[in-house]
Design a protein around this ligand. Structure first.
Ligand code: PMP
Length: 466
């Protein structure tokens, strides 16, 4: 380590609690136990300051799609830092990496996406989406179309518009959100909203019908757009029924409202397709992206702008009064180009689609036999296990744990202590491992997952909770 990074774990923890306010963290609780200090990483493995190896089944924060330590990305960043570390795109100027990346994105995105607006993050991407949508309807002479419809338990970022589009009640409770003109419908989560005996397909259509009901409630001529993640990530990897998105598409088409896909997690191969909308068969007007575009090596986000909006914005819009210092940052764009080239060269999207995705699905299906697992589902290289107190049997549904038992956090603790990063969202244990993962590494991860489930089960038995 370089000299300024030489401290003991305890020293790092003390400095951390003294100065660093972490995202989404109870600082007093963290100070009491001390942060885990992550110092290095290679491929799918992290190392902490105590020298422990940890298998990162969350790809950092859903972003390190090509794994850690990829030389091509490191070299691309170094070369660009040496050549031109920064220049903006405000002054009728542009840099080669930003132009080349915009061109590349037009080639890999679904048909009808020829333009991109760059941002520094997914949250800024979704703020840009709100600006674009409202600008579009102004230019179309329908400024009253102001309302965006989103979903409860969605995650669309942490800025004022991002958090408002998101449907996280704890976020809304802090700071008077959502901002005006954003309303929510329920998520397509059958465990929560399904009816007894209802098929998955019927549930999907019924969940989509809540959009139509909300459009009619708001007033069809007042609604600007609907936004959703193809698979809700931070909400707990909620994979919708196959009938859901086609029905959402039909409803948006029927009322002429814009359809927006937040692909910050689902983009760049996560679902076994370049974009999640391709996996679920819908045609959005805007696609928000971030994370996997650079595999998280350096921040970059943006919005792919479909022809319907791009044409109006470019031909009738004049100046679009929106942008960020780092819109099209040359180093970030150079890393993104190297990252996309690597994904293509290694055939990672096809590998997830044809090989590792189906293999992970079969491994998760085999976990259904575990006493603690109510459901196990995957989509590409993302998956969720629902922990239950008692499994379903016959017509009797599975019995959930009480939320205050925080069984997900208990299980996560066992994972952390045993060299596995898995995330807990309520009673759902979720993974989104790097797309470079091999079958042998999936086996290794599954071994760790089973071990941590066993340890959790034994722990719960000891507490008398099962
Ligand atoms: N949208 C989705 C679907 C996300 O998962 C996230 C981040 N987890 C965001 C937006 C926000 O991205 P960022 O944290 O880069 O602002």
């Amino acid at each position: 380590m370089t000299p300024q990074f030489e401290h003991s774990t305890a020293e790092w923890q003390a400095l951390d609690s003294a100065h660093f306010l972490h995202p989404f963290t109870d600082h007093q609780a963290l100070a009491a136990k001390g942060a885990r200090i992550i110092t290095r990483a290679d491929n799918i493995y992290l190392r902490d300051s105590e020298g422990h190896q940890i298998l990162d089944a969350m790809s950092g924060l859903w972003c390190v799609n090509v794994g850690y330590g990829q030389r091509d990305l490191i070299d691309a960043a170094t070369r660009q830092l040496e050549t031109l570390p920064f220049y903006n795109a405000f002054f009728q100027t542009a840099t080669p990496p930003a132009i080349a990346l915009a061109h590349k994105l037009s080639q890999i995105s679904p048909p009808g996406f020829e333009h991109v607006f760059f941002t520094g993050s997914g949250s800024e991407g979704n703020d840009t989406v709100v600006r674009l949508v409202r600008r579009y309807w102004d230019l179309m002479g329908q400024p009253q179309r102001h309302t965006l419809i989103s979903r409860f338990n969605a995650y669309h970022g942490s800025t004022m518009a991002g958090a408002s589009l998101g449907g996280m009640s704890d976020m809304h409770a802090q700071g008077g959100l959502p901002i005006p003109g954003i309303v929510h419908i329920d998520q397509p989560y059958q465990v929560q909203h399904g009816l007894p005996g209802e098929s998955r397909d019927d549930f999907g259509r019924r969940a989509a019908s809540w959009l139509e009901a909300k459009i009619l409630e708001v007033g069809a001529d007042q609604v600007a757009a609907f936004i959703g993640e193809p698979v809700q990530g931070a909400g707990g990897v909620i994979i919708p029924p196959e009938t859901y998105w086609p029905e959402i598409q039909r409803i948006c088409d029927r009322y002429g409202i814009l359809l927006l896909s937040d692909e910050v997690i689902c983009g760049f191969g996560r679902t076994g397709h370049w974009f999640g909308c391709e996996r679920f068969g819908f045609r959005p007007d805007l696609i928000t992206f971030a994370k996997g575009i650079t595999s998280g090596y350096i921040p970059l986000g943006g919005v792919l702008v479909g022809e319907r909006i791009a044409k109006v914005l470019i031909e009738q819009g004049g100046e679009f009064s929106h942008g960020y210092t780092y819109s099209g940052h040359p180093v970030a764009c150079a890393v993104a180009l190297a990252n996309l080239a690597l994904i293509e060269r290694e055939g990672l999207v096809q590998r997830v689609h044809n090989d590792t995705g189906p293999y992970l699905a079969s491994c998760f299906a085999a976990l259904q036999d575990h006493s603690l697992v109510g459901d196990a589902e995957t989509c590409g290289l993302m998956g969720a296990l629902r922990l239950v107190r008692r499994k379903a049997s016959g017509a009797t549904a599975a019995e959930a744990f009480a939320p205050e038992q925080s069984v997900g956090m208990l299980c996560r603790g066992h994972c952390f202590a045993n060299g596995l990063i898995m995330r807990a969202v309520g009673d759902r244990m979720i993974i989104a491992p790097p797309l470079v993962m091999t079958r042998a590494q999936i086996d290794e991860m599954m071994g760790l997952i089973r071990r941590c489930l066993d340890l959790s089960w034994a722990d719960l038995q000891q507490r008398g909770w099962v």
